[in-house]
Write a protein that binds this ligand. Sequence first.
Ligand SMILES: Cc1cc2nc3c(=O)[nH]c(=O)nc-3n(C[C@H](O)[C@H](O)[C@H](O)COP(=O)(O)OP(=O)(O)OC[C@H]3O[C@@H](n4cnc5c(N)ncnc54)[C@H](O)[C@@H]3O)c2cc1C
Length: 476
Amino acid sequence: MNKKRVIVIGGGISGLTAAHRLWELDRERRLGLQITLLEARDRLGGLIETQLRDGFLLENGPDAFLAERPWALSLCRRIGLEDELIQPQAERRRSLILHHGKLIPMPQGFYMIAPTHPKALSDCSLLSFLGKLRVRFERFIPPRASDADESVASFVRRRFGREVLDRIAQPMIGGIYTADLEKLSVTAALPRFHEMERKHGSVLRALSNGSAGEVVADAEKASGPRYGLFLAPRAGMSRLVEVLARKMLEVELKTNSPVEGIERKGKGWMVCLRQGHTLQADAVCVALPAPQASALLKRVAPASAEELAGIPYESVATVNMAFRREDLPILPEGFGFVAHPGQAGGVVGCTFSSVKFTRRAPEDSVLLRAFVGGAMAPGAADQDNEKLQSNVRELLKKTLEIRAVPRLVVIRRHPGSMPQYHVGHLERVQRIERETAKFPGLTLTGNAYHGVGIPDCIHQAESAAERICQGSERLI
Ligand SMILES: Cc1cc2nc3c(=O)[nH]c(=O)nc-3n(C[C@H](O)[C@H](O)[C@H](O)COP(=O)(O)OP(=O)(O)OC[C@H]3O[C@@H](n4cnc5c(N)ncnc54)[C@H](O)[C@@H]3O)c2cc1C
């Protein structure tokens, strides 16, 4: 049988998952695919990078994935990684918010920005009396007349008031997306809240009518009763990359292979590599961040290339810092804190890594990890190492009273790594999808489109692979 060649461009979790799903479908349906993955750098994994150093397990990129979004867990099950997954230490399971220099526990019984029952609101120490009154008033605020997208800030201000926006939404939602909530799209980032207002007229009414139950039920359905909110391989996130790569034996995984362009060639594709080298393919899956995808599509799909170039990306940095246990005051209960970066020297949050997960540091040490940069702290991630380190240490001194010199510091910059889903994002993605759908054998996937988290990247990549295989009979 004549093999049909599929080329996946990009060796981050999106590209690896796309290649793996193609490999699975090829085995299940005997499609006769020859799969090649091309990665520019000398290693696979993209933003995922676990480092072992001096007895510490350092995560320079993502450190866990949400079990509530089922696709990462499902992939781990299929590749035999489920038994290696660990959960954060249950007894410490809570997060803190930095507010006016103080670490305050995240409100319990809240579904992100909204209380799911009246006691959750009355117990919430982050909001003032007037702030709480304003939240209660949400039930009486009429829904917005228009269905059009709006910013998360506008949505939260309109429904819950300014305090919830400043004290809860910006550090929490802004931290997840490293975004400015005045620009972040509510339909892309908080689609459930948008739906609750649309269907029930009020978020609080929706939650008391049972939507909160649905949220919990969805989470349980997705992850099964064994799992809490977050999961990670015991040996760190790079283990996922390693097992995935090892599993798909017949897939050709080529590192040091940056792609410079793609072109239509007859019914298929020509993939252009360095020094004029080319590869022919029947289908191409572009699993790259939007700016790099835009550069590749310029000649083939100029309108989509322009739309892709319009998706902004922000830079972030991680600063892993280890201290001797004896030098450290007692850490507050929790896995770490989130902060308003404008108030914390560009630091978006700090994870107590060796508290969150066991065996991340030698017995006599504690490992912390700060997350710096994003849209609310422009330039913060690009500062030199000394400045980055001193900003983080300054914050740790103020919040946790840590004055000791760290015994280990590892800084990793991720320039242009966090896509910003601005208002109108989903319409933009639809336009891109409409244009690229006109090209048989071309699919796009990655964190630029329908979700930034690892489970969402996995879901999108698997769907992209399935689209290729649905069309595989037409590929040649
Ligand atoms: C610091 C940080 C922490 C995060 N923490 C979490 C977390 O805890 N949990 C979570 O769920 N998500 C987290 N995220 C988000 C998540 O990690 C990313 O969205 C996801 O890893 C993106 O994967 P990707 O494969 O789409 O892109 P990338 O990982 O960026 O991979 C793209 C790959 O394409 C390659 N490439 C680029 N151009 C070319 C070219 N021309 N030719 C060939 N190859 C090319 C790159 O070298 C790279 O390897 C975090 C993100 C960051 C930056």
